[in-house]
Design a protein around this ligand. Structure first.
Ligand SMILES: [Zn+2]
Length: 422
């Protein structure tokens, strides 16, 4: 088994043992003092592990993300809080490859996870860790996916779960966060949620799954480790080959950094011999801005967006670390590009959340700019199902016509609404 031997700052590299206690969820104290709050990340002792033995063992286990347990924060499967997350499909988009001149374009469909989003990987790992370290109450602040996933896993572990959201999130998101057992409360803005969550963590000992410091650092480091499994699955599905480019819809960079860490640790273990370039697909572009300014993170102007799950004015140091170390980059895409992709993916049999579509929209941009081309294998992560927010999609679809029980009327309606001639 891989063993966690400490936590390392993603910005300055300082390594901590257990001395920070619950403060570890607030990032590196040294970097916070410098005004550059940065997340901590787990460090594993992989000595004694052999790449060939690991790959053989992985392939013989049940198809959940816990088949990679040596690289995840648990010692044995019996202690894992699971709803059968992971092992989501990698699917090619042949028509888009042809249209934009991309060698191989895959989507990794994370909508197939138990609660419909990639957050289940984080929640499974973090709740498992929380349970093991004595947590009684789990807490998170979320616009939906993270909250519903957290509630589902906390309930699965028989723990109470307090979820902070914003009143502006769609009804379906609120329903999901409550139906899985979350005690849901809405605040007027993001920072208010973090303030109340910080009180719960510091004063009441609640166990946090997500960020609650301002400016944000990212989520619970043990939870972020769950995203390593996406990198492992991608490589396993490609016959232990490495894609050239991986694109992740990004706000605070938990998924982006976790996946990057997965690739980097596979290389460290000798499972793969290269790593992909990581790209962040974002809306308002805090990471684009930071990369243009030599790594200086600052909030950017933000407003409403159809991609509300990633519509953040803040970037994080963990996201920057993944982009810089992998020699990747960030692409800021518009609502219009996102919704065009959502419509397009529908015709590939996939209904993806608007935020998720940012990854494919970014792939199209990279192809148009010539950054990716005929020789590249590209993976765009679809982070969640579109069933969260049908209203935004409905605005681009024709109103459903009502027909009389008359074949002539049906023929007229099909022609006028859909251009289909019977
Ligand atoms: Zn630091």
């Amino acid at each position: 088994m891989g063993r966690i031997i400490g936590l390392k700052c993603v910005r300055c590299g300082k390594i901590y043992g257990t001395e920070l206690g619950p403060k570890a969820f607030e990032g590196c104290p040294v970097c916070a003092q410098e005004g550059q709050p940065a997340n901590l990340s787990t460090v594993y002792d992989y000595s004694g592990l052999n790449a060939d033995d690991l790959v053989r063992a992985f392939s013989q286990r049940p198809r959940t993300m816990w088949r990679y347990i040596e690289m995840l924060p648990a010692d044995n499967v019996d202690e894992v809080v699971s709803l059968h997350e992971g092992c989501t499909p990698l699917m090619r988009l042949h028509k888009l490859e042809e249209e934009y001149g991309i060698g191989r374009l895959y989507i990794k469909d994370e909508s197939r996870n138990p609660t419909g989003s990639f957050k289940d990987r984080l929640a499974s790992c973090a709740v498992t860790r929380g349970l093991k370290t004595g947590a009684r109450v789990i807490t998170v602040s979320s616009t939906g996916n993270h909250g519903s996933s957290t509630a589902a896993y906390a309930t699965r572990a028989d723990l109470d779960c307090i979820v902070f959201t914003m009143d502006s999130v769609p009804l379906m998101m609120k329903v999901l966060m409550q139906v899985y057992g979350g005690k849901l409360v809405a605040c007027k803005n993001g920072p208010d949620r973090w303030k109340l969550m910080a009180w719960g963590v510091r004063e009441k000992g609640w166990y946090p799954l997500g960020n609650y410091v301002n400016p944000p650092v990212g989520s619970n480091p043990y939870g972020v480790d769950g995203y390593k499994s996406m990198a492992l699955e991608i490589c396993e599905d490609l016959g232990w080959k490495v894609p050239d480019v991986v694109i992740q819809p990004t706000a605070y960079g938990d998924g982006l950094y976790g996946m990057w860490k997965g690739f980097a640790e596979m290389k460290q273990l000798g499972i793969i011999d290269s790593t992909p370039r990581m790209y962040a697909a974002e809306v308002f572009g805090p990471l684009c801005n930071a990369l243009a300014k030599g790594g200086k993170l600052e909030p950017v102007a933000a407003g409403p967006s159809v991609a509300f799950s990633i519509a953040s004015p803040f970037g994080t140091h963990q996201a920057l670390r993944a982009l810089v170390d992998s020699r990747g980059g960030a692409i800021s895409v518009s609502d219009e590009e996102i919704l065009a992709v959502q419509e397009r993916l529908g015709k590939h049999g996939l209904y993806a959340e608007a935020s998720s579509c940012a990854s494919v929209a970014a792939a199209i941009r990279l192809a148009k700019k010539g950054v990716i081309g005929k020789s590249d294998t590209v993976v765009a992560v679809i982070t969640a199902t579109g069933q969260r927010d049908p209203w935004v999609t409905q605005s681009r679809l024709p109103a459903v016509p009502v027909v009389e029980p008359d074949p002539d009327h049906l023929s007229d309606v099909l022609k006028t609404t859909y251009g289909f001639v019977v």
